[in-house]
Design a protein around this ligand. Structure first.
Ligand SMILES: *Cc1c(COP(=O)(O)O)cnc(C)c1O
Length: 374
């Protein structure tokens, strides 16, 4: 009964081409395999792009979050308020600092941290707040900043985002970006911290490599990590940065095709996007309400898999994962996040996909929906 794709549509394949290949070859021929001039150039160009005073290149988005918390002095006995709808790394780095993650429920529309609930979670031990800009929609930062505590943004999805006209990267104590293979600026692995604070920038510089290295003789001013970004990866990120607007235009078209193609399907709704903000269009996430859509998210995901349409889930609530459940057995329920964790589904989205690919995904969803609601 259905016309099926002859090949699988990947969920989020990287959009890399010959220019990235050439940039890696150049980096290898230059003799600099590790952190060098390309990483420095990436920091300079990202600082201009993000409108930040400093950008520090590091090994991963996870390292960017971890070093930012340490730079702000988060340590044993402290609490950090964060969102449960995120990649577990956001909460893991709080643990790695010896601190305690305090999960705050999210808003039903965009699944970002609900600023109205944060004041009720503050304690004398609260040291920082870590909002996540899910899918590229900025969290509501002003009420968080108004609390007067350091804010560390998980901006892994938010390379192109702006909050009320201000670039993400130019606003808080530290905004942490990821260069992971699926992200909008993809180097395979890597991360960036954007900050206007000289002390935060210096602390991260001191920690990301086990040395403070200006002269022939090295010194160490803190227990350092190995969290620097190699030039081979920075070379890829530099080409991706050249393409950031071209890629964003392609994803914007894909968003429009989904908005149009899925409109009116009962029980399938995209997350809200705030027109006052610039959305980075990193993920196209729909919520599937089983009461109206005739089946649950997992059934839809399986049916789409049979149709050769790759999908993903962003995210399962972190506080419900086995390790966090065991560690915090008296965690109160977070009803909005827990329901969302059962309903969210991320659809194929990538500058590597054609419009026909996205229309195939739309057709497949409509077919599956018709079957489940028949
Ligand atoms: C990808 C991601 C991270 C981690 O970034 P890595 O570069 O993979 O370490 C953190 N938070 C969110 C929301 C992410 O999507």
């Amino acid at each position: 009964m259905q016309t099926r794709r002859s090949s699988r549509l990947g969920f989020q394949p990287p959009a890399v081409g010959e220019e990235e290949v050439a940039a890696v070859a150049d980096a290898l021929r230059s003799g600099w395999l590790t952190t060098g001039p390309r990483a420095a150039l990436l920091e300079e160009r990202m600082a201009a792009y993000l409108e930040a005073k400093h950008v520090l290149a590091v090994a991963s988005g996870t390292a960017a979050l971890h070093l930012s918390l340490l730079a702000l002095g988060v340590g044993p006995g402290d609490e950090v308020i964060t969102s449960p709808i995120t990649w577990p790394a956001t909460a893991n780095v709080i643990e790695h600092c010896g601190a305690t993650p305090v999960f705050c429920d999210v808003r039903p529309g965009d699944l970002n941290i609900d600023p109205a609930l944060v004041p009720g979670l503050l304690s004398e031990r609260t040291k920082a707040i870590m909002p996540v800009h899910l899918a590229g929609q900025p969290a509501d930062l002003d009420p968080l900043l108004a609390l007067g505590l350091p804010v560390v943004e998980d901006a892994a999805h938010a390379a192109e985002s702006a909050y009320r006209g201000r670039k993400i990267g130019s606003i808080s104590d530290a905004a942490c970006f990821s260069l992971y293979a699926t992200k909008n600026i993809a180097a395979g692995e890597g991360g960036l911290v954007a900050t206007d604070r000289d002390d935060v920038a210096q602390a991260i510089r001191d920690m990301r490599l086990t040395r403070r290295g200006d002269g022939a003789r090295y010194d160490q001013v803190s227990a350092g990590f190995k969290a620097n970004l190699p030039d081979v990866l920075a070379a890829i990120a530099l080409v991706q940065l050249d393409r950031v607007e071209e890629h964003a235009r392609i994803r914007a078209r894909q968003f429009a095709l989904y908005d149009e193609g899925l409109a009116g399907l009962a029980g399938i709704e995209p997350l809200e996007r705030d027109p006052r903000d610039t959305h980075a269009l990193h993920l196209y996430i729909v919520r599937i309400d089983p009461a109206a859509a005739g089946a649950c998210r997992d059934d839809y995901q399986r049916a789409l898999d049979v149709e050769l349409i790759g999908t993903s889930i962003h995210f399962l609530p972190v506080h419900r994962l086995t390790w966090f459940r065991g560690r915090y057995p008296s965690q109160p329920p977070l009803p909005v996040a827990e329901r969302a964790g059962d309903e969210v589904l991320s659809l194929p989205l990538s500058p590597a996909h054609s419009e026909a690919d996205i229309l195939d995904a739309v057709d497949a969803i409509r077919r599956v929906h018709a079957r489940f609601t028949a």
